[in-house]
Ligand binder design. Structure first.
Ligand code: SF4
Ligand code: SF4
Ligand code: FES
Length: 341
């Protein structure tokens, strides 16, 4: 990239009479191939407008403080090169910027305090709720294997930047959801062979706002600048919870019915799935939705003879194989595994 002037469109915000008032402001910034979004923000603050407010510290993707919303995704400003945003970068999964403009705003799913600074207290509070420390118990002297270390290590790379939390689709619907970073942190303790409170942790995590509230949209994996893959940690927690017999909840029931349907028919039987997952009372609560779906022809035929797929034998063979050789989520670092539904 030749040295050139690039437009930065910054979503600025300030609190007026207890309400957030936001506006966009454009700045023309000289950039070259080495310029990061953080360099550009520093330049604006130093040369044009000292009131522009943002967090940063290490400038090296270590402290996690420069998390922002940059051209449609949550990213670290110090790790994001202007050139990658302008031209796009397939390897980094970045689409080219529209009209050559760099758009920068505060992270999402958190209250904005000023300009690009959000209130990170709720994000940290959720991590604290999950007791982020190893608890004493009978397993505390367990031998730490290479596999168990790699499970813990992957999640330990988290720098608490909030990018996953900001991009999480489940958070939009349910702000009380623990969110990807806290749940990944919880997995770090459940996976630790020294932890003495695994079953209790899994029980708590299986309740409302926990592991079963994730929609498995993959956004947190995509957003994480440190390769933590929070969704994979959540899926592993689901598998471990089910393995521990913690199945008396809607999420686990849904996963079991899902598995049974596919193993039996090769496709889902959605009307019966709701009934088996939520029970009669829960299903009746969804009657309004069901009627709306029926009106537009979206309720599939619940009768099994319409529900078998071609090559059902092959589907059953996959299940037999999984039955005989189950995936061990304790040793696989990148698999969605059973219980993923
Ligand atoms: S996969 Fe789950 S935790 Fe991750 S962003 Fe999507 S809903 Fe949130
Ligand atoms: S899991 Fe990744 S994206 Fe989420 S807070 Fe940790 S480092 Fe940031
Ligand atoms: S300034 Fe520390 S991660 Fe960007």
């Amino acid at each position: 990239m030749q040295e050139q002037t690039v437009t930065f469109r910054i979503l600025r915000g300030t609190i007026v009479n207890d309400k957030l008032v936001q506006r966009t402001q454009d700045f023309e910034v000289p950039c070259d191939a080495t310029t990061t979004v953080l360099h550009a923000l520093e330049w604006i603050k130093g040369e044009i407008d000292g009131t522009l407010t943002f967090r940063r510290s290490c400038r090296a993707s270590i402290c996690g403080s420069c998390g922002m919303y940059i051209n449609g995704r949550s990213r670290l400003a110090c790790k994001t090169k202007v050139n990658d945003i302008l031209a796009g970068n397939v390897a980094k999964n970045i689409a080219p910027a529209k009209d050559g403009v760099i758009e920068v705003g505060p992270q999402r799913n958190q209250p904005v305090l000023k300009d690009l600074v959000v209130d990170i207290e709720p994000f940290y509070a959720k991590v604290k709720t999950l007791d982020p420390f190893v608890q004493d118990g009978p397993e505390k002297d367990e031998h730490v294997t290479k596999d168990s270390f790699s499970q813990v290590n992957m999640v330990s790379n988290c720098i608490m930047c909030g990018a996953c939390y900001s991009d999480c689709t489940a958070m939009v619907e349910n702000p009380d959801f623990f969110g990807p970073a806290a749940l990944a942190k919880a997995y770090r303790f459940v996976a630790d062979p020294r932890e003495g409170n695994k079953t209790e942790r899994l029980k708590e995590l299986s309740e409302k706002n926990g592991i079963w509230d994730c929609t498995r949209c993959n956004m947190c994996i995509d957003a994480c600048p440190k390769g933590v893959a929070p969704m994979e940690a959540i899926v592993k927690l689901r598998s471990l919870a089910m393995e521990a017999g913690i199945t008396d909840n809607r999420g686990a029931k849904h996963a079991m019915v899902f598995k049974d349907d596919i193993a039996t028919w090769g496709v889902l039987n959605e009307p019966f799935m709701l009934l088996k997952t939520a029970g009669v009372v829960g299903a009746l609560g969804q009657l309004g939705n069901a009627l709306n779906l029926a009106k537009v022809g979206k309720i599939p035929n619940p009768f099994p003879f319409d529900h078998k797929v071609d090559k059902l034998d092959e589907v059953k063979a996959i299940y037999r194989e999984l039955q005989e050789n189950p995936i061990d989520v304790r040793t696989r670092s990148d698999d969605s595994g059973p219980g993923a539904g």
